[in-house]
Design a protein around this ligand. Structure first.
Ligand code: ATP
Ligand code: MG
Length: 586
């Protein structure tokens, strides 16, 4: 039997969906302006030709697909140039960070296929050094303690059109600033009483250079340093110093930090740090129908609108993994998206395309019936079993085959039968003949209905014993091919069908992203029937359920003999397409 009969193949030769972000949709690898810069640096002998990058997540949430782009870029760039990439937790904000996030981030980076060896760092390990460097800034008259309120400081900052005003404390003697800063550290003042500010230029056209705050008092328990500190450095100050302390050569970050680069450079220019890394900005990944902000994802989790950070509808790496995404698919997607300088939105179907490409080659075929309809084969003896040879993968015969039992009672999909069929219906109806994949031809004679509801509860059919394996001896053509499972041998399973979490293409447009949640993004089907071989399924094991799509064993709930599968993604050819194809053939 040819695999194209009734079982659409996903061969991966179809067009790649367009993406609105980067320019090229050809098969050429996307251009890479960062690698161009590094090539130039190496030609010029900068950093002795060394390439050292870092991935610097803040442990305040789980990683998402946007972070995957940054991970692939940072670790991938190091690998390309025979360099190194550090994993550094940017943990300078104690109120939002915790060890659960630290553990999940390490797990996710490894899962994606990257390794930091012994280069695991924490910005919090540099708190003492950062403090000493801050004293150095005070000593060299490049920083001062400002005792104004937060509101006063903001009011003096000016805006894009108006220059800022100097703080009355800007001329404070450095001895006085140093003494105050030490007392800040010693915990002598309440939160907000003083801040340490860099002394740069209140009239700068770049607001980030208008004497930015670099330390604030914050009595908060830090998950690593506990209560040893009550002052914490600000991101812009901590980040560049951390990069320099680690000998980073190229500090890759997203575009919103472009205006912060002068501050990055200013800090490093004032301090006796071992090196001066180069900050390079790239466009962050945005995906249609998807929210990629940890703050928003946290809201979904906290409001219990999803089943945790690893809900299979979440764009987190933990969610994608549970859904059945593979690291290979995600890496291929990140490669394809490339790295650009302009923000845009990538069509989520590009991610799905790479998923299907990977799963098509990877996933073993199996048969499962999601909404079972009982079919009794009247001329098939009770207790008899026909063992059918089923291929594990139509494109890779070397992956072998398995024996699937066929008996007098089988299940097919309710959708595969219509009492009143539309035109060109090649599936089952009363009087029609179809092929049960790998098994035989059957013909339907009658239906049994629930007398109360009129619902069809059973089909009465006969089989043609001369069609074992699916090909009739007389060579007659039968167009429809259905998947099925034997009632006696089938295993019960729960199957979870997922749809996009948001029904709006850009859920970030508007006041409340949660109002765009797709109310039917999860459908749980209980009482599904799967072929007996699936009883041995493992969590995360991937299948293509014939004609239905790609599925995987749920990595949490498939256990203790309970079978739970997640639909990873539908086949490209949906039901509608199958009908279209059959019409085309007739
Ligand atoms: P979010 O906006 O989701 O809270 P973040 O930028 O605050 O993310 P970090 O933990 O600071 O999260 O991110 C770690 C690294 O990942 C940073 O270098 C950041 O630039 C990068 N990153 C975060 N989101 C994206 C994205 N959507 N596309 C590409 N890189 C990203
Ligand atoms: Mg950040």
């Amino acid at each position: 039997m040819s695999a194209s009969e009734g079982t659409p193949k996903s061969t991966g030769t179809k067009a790649v969906p367009a993406q609105s972000q980067t320019s090229d949709s050809s098969t050429q690898p996307a251009s890479h302006f960062i690698h161009d810069i590094i090539d130039e640096d190496r030609r010029a002998g900068k950093n002795g030709g060394r390439v050292h990058t870092r991935f610097p997540p803040e442990p305040n949430g789980y990683l998402h697909i946007g972070h995957a782009k940054s991970i692939c870029l940072n670790f991938g760039t190091a690998k390309k140039y025979g360099g190194l990439c550090n994993l550094r937790f940017d943990d300078t904000n104690p109120t939002t960070e915790n060890p659960e996030y630290v553990a999940s981030i390490q797990n996710d980076v490894r899962w994606l296929g990257f390794e930091w060896d012994d280069r695991l760092f924490y910005a919090s390990d540099y708190f003492e050094k950062l403090y000493q460097f801050a004293e150095h800034l005070i000593e060299t008259d490049k920083a001062y303690v400002d005792s104004q309120t937060h509101e006063q400081i903001s009011a003096q900052r000016g805006d894009f059109y108006r220059p800022g005003q100097d703080s009355p404390d800007r001329t404070r003697a450095k001895e006085e600033s140093r003494a105050l800063f030490r007392r800040m550290r010693a915990g002598e003042f309440p939160d907000g009483a003083h801040v340490l500010r860099a002394k740069i230029d209140m009239r700068s056209g770049n607001l980030n250079l208008r004497d930015p705050v670099i330390y604030r008092i914050k009595r908060a328990h830090h998950y690593r340093t506990a209560d040893s500190w009550c002052i914490y450095p600000m991101y812009d100050y901590a980040h560049c110093v951390s990069d320099a302390l680690e000998g980073i050569t190229h500090s890759l970050c997203t575009l919103e930090f472009e205006d912060h680069r002068p501050l990055y450079d200013w800090c490093l220019d004032q301090l006796p740090v071992p090196c001066h890394p180069q900050q390079i900005e790239f466009a962050r990944l945005n995906l249609s129908y998807t929210v990629l902000s940890k703050r928003k994802l946290l809201q979904l989790v906290e409001d219990k609108l999803v089943d945790g950070w690893d809900d299979p509808r979440m764009p987190t790496l933990a969610g994608l993994r549970r859904r059945g995404y593979t690291p290979e698919a995600i890496r291929a997607f990140c490669d394809r998206v490339g790295v650009g300088k302009r923000d845009g939105v990538v069509d989520v179907s590009l991610l799905e395309y790479h998923l299907r490409e990977d799963l098509n080659a990877r996933a073993a075929r199996a048969m499962a019936v999601l909404r079972p309809l009982r079919v009794v084969i009247e001329n098939f003896s009770e207790g008899e079993v026909l063992w059918c040879e089923a291929q594990n993968h139509p494109e890779y015969p070397e992956r072998g085959s398995r024996k699937v039992p066929f008996g007098r009672v089988v299940y097919i999909e309710q959708d595969d039968f219509r009492e009143v069929p539309p035109k060109k219906w090649f599936r089952l109806t009363v009087g029609s003949e179809v092929r049960l994949r790998y098994a035989c031809l059957i013909r339907c004679h009658a239906v049994v209905k629930d007398p109360a509801t009129g619902e069809v509860t059973e089909l009465r059919c006969t089989w043609d014993p001369d069609s074992r394996g699916g090909s009739p001896k007389d060579g007659r053509k039968v167009k429809g091919t259905l998947h099925w499972v034997s009632a006696e041998h089938a295993k019960d399973a729960e199957v979870r069908l997922y749809d996009r979490l948001f029904s709006q293409e850009n859920p970030n447009d508007g006041d409340d992203f949660k109002s765009f949640l797709n109310q039917s993004s999860l459908q749980v089907l209980r009482g599904c029937k799967v072929e007996p071989a699936l009883a041995a399924s493992q969590p995360a094991e991937l299948y293509q359920f014939e004609r239905l799509g790609y599925f995987c064993g749920d990595n949490k709930d498939l256990r203790d003999g309970k079978l739970v599968f997640n639909r990873t993604i539908e086949l490209r050819d949906s039901w509608a397409k199958i009908e279209g194809r059959q019409q085309g053939e007739s």
